[in-house]
Design a protein around this ligand. Structure first.
Ligand code: 5AD
Ligand code: SF4
Length: 473
């Protein structure tokens, strides 16, 4: 079979990163292998996102650039997938003559058939049916990148929550959970590829399996915990209204479950939460936070917040700042509200000026930066175990004076903090400090956006099968 090159460009959330790997997996039997450069590709797939207006604009501007590339290379196949494809469907094909294929969020397993048809007859296809089964016959796993230690595993798709600002239920369809056996098989395949850490993905993992009568999410976690060769488990995203006591108790009990939860609050004001259709109050949210910290005292907690939701008053925004101050998050993703045409809030009155949204965003980011800085500084002097990821991107060691300066590497702590550290050249020369090993790092320095420390023990080889081997004191 002729080998062909595929470039996938992914915008948006972890779900899209996972889908990109699935796409690579289903197209591999047709002879496609990955390339980083668009110019050398036989097919380019744009994996789009529409969660906020900016992401959608990014997708369209990238597609615009592809028009010029296709003039230079008319045989190039251009395909658009993901949430913008699902939302716009036909419109993309009509407006963009250089696009050959538009496939929706449920069409990944139908891709090989469609690509074959385009290759043989150069037809143009739109498939945005929300009908694909949530599981293929067997798990599809694309290639792991060189040195990849962590991978996403989707456990469910879609969302039934209908938060009023959110487009997801409209572009990803109804919530559907995968069978636990398929999930476990997929994780086992990932472990065989050298993956040590998985992040289980769903829009609301806390309601995993409810609809289908499968096991609960806490039970699924217990099964994943038993997978040999896997060292760490993470998951995202949790909806506070569905965070069960059973799941809270799981933290601190399951050995491999990392001590971190992403628990989006969106607002600290009950009136706004109600109009967002979030189905919890500020108090019930704070009770869950207290429960998590009681079960697992060192748990790191991160969140998402939207500023400038329609009708948000200054007082309501202050309530969000106050909640952030109360919880003291380890990290925060903050977004200015943007209308999504298919989401109900687009029709709400009381739209907030862009300038006010920007001011609120800045105030919130300033507050969180102070909190993060204080929390980072409190970590100085502590020793944390990290899973080593490899050389830090764009970061050089401060020690440039010595003949063979150390090289700066990084890894993640259980709390999800990224920690940089210097690796002596002789350790690297022995090829013992490898991506995918565990190392103990004593934290020596902290900025608001980074932490660094000293390698004091390690590396320990992560996979239990290889035996625990400590080679540097
Ligand atoms: N405007 C701004 N932020 C949004 N999010 C979702 N929809 C919107 C929107 N219309 C944010 C929420 C969600 C995160 C993934 O994106 O905070 O948790
Ligand atoms: Fe969107 Fe709400 Fe579903 Fe999250 S829970 S995907 S914010 S509708």
């Amino acid at each position: 079979m002729k080998s062909k090159l595929l470039h996938i460009s992914t915008i948006g959330c972890q779900m899209n990163v996972y889908d990109a790997n699935q796409i690579a997996g289903v197209l591999a039997p047709l002879g496609y292998t990955g390339t980083d450069t668009i110019e050398s590709a036989d097919m380019v797939i744009v994996n789009t996102c529409t969660i906020r207006e900016k992401a959608e604009q990014k997708a369209f501007s990238f597609l615009g650039r592809l028009a010029k590339i296709k003039i230079a290379n008319p045989s190039l196949i251009v395909a658009v997938g993901g949430c913008v494809a699902q939302q716009e469907g036909d419109t993309i094909i009509k407006r963009m003559p250089h696009v050959d294929l538009v496939f929706g969020t449920h069409a990944i397993f139908r891709l090989p058939e469609m690509v074959r048809r385009i290759e043989s007859s150069r037809c143009r296809i739109v498939d945005v049916r929300l009908s694909d089964p949530v599981d293929a016959d067997g798990p599809v796993v694309g290639p792991a990148a060189d040195g990849q230690v962590s991978a996403f595993v989707t456990i469910m798709r879609g969302c039934d929550n209908y938060c009023t600002y959110c487009v997801v239920p409209h572009v990803r369809g109804r919530e559907a959970s995968r069978h636990p056996d398929r999930i476990i098989e997929e994780i086992q395949l990932r472990v065989e590829q050298g993956i040590r850490e998985v992040t289980l993905l769903g829009q609301n993992v806390n309601s995993y399996g409810n609809k289908e009568g499968l096991c609960s999410f806490a039970e699924l976690l217990a099964r994943v915990d038993d997978v040999g060769g896997l060292n760490r488990i993470r998951f995202t995203t949790s909806h506070p209204k569905d965070l069960s006591d059973e799941l809270i108790r799981t933290f601190g009990r399951l050995e491999k479950l990392c001590h971190h939860i992403h628990l989006p609050v969106q607002s600290g004001d009950d009136g706004i939460l109600k109009r967002m259709n979030r189905k919890y109050t500020r108090n019930t949210y704070l009770e869950k936070i207290a429960g998590l910290r009681a079960a697992c005292p060192d748990i790191a907690i991160t969140s998402d917040v939207i500023v400038g939701f329609p009708g948000e008053t200054d007082r309501q925004f202050q309530a969000t700042l106050d909640l952030i101050e109360t919880v003291r998050y380890d990290g925060l993703f903050a977004f200015m509200y943007s209308d999504r045409p298919s989401a109900p809030a687009a029709a709400f009155s009381g739209k907030i000026d862009e300038s006010v949204k920007k001011e609120r965003l800045q105030a919130l980011l300033n507050l969180q930066e102070r909190i993060t800085m204080e929390k980072h500084q409190a970590m100085v002097g502590r020793t944390l175990q990290i899973l080593v990821e490899g050389p830090s991107r764009g970061l050089k060691s401060d020690d440039t004076e010595s003949a063979s300066p150390p090289i700066r590497w990084s890894g993640r702590a259980s709390s999800n903090h990224i920690i940089h550290f210097d690796v002596p050249q002789d350790l690297l020369a022995k090829k013992e400090l490898l991506t995918g090993t565990f190392a103990d790092i004593m934290i020596e320095g902290a900025h608001a956006h980074s932490l660094w420390g000293r390698l004091i023990r390690g590396p320990k080889h992560a996979a239990p099968e290889e035996g625990e081997k400590t080679i540097a004191a």
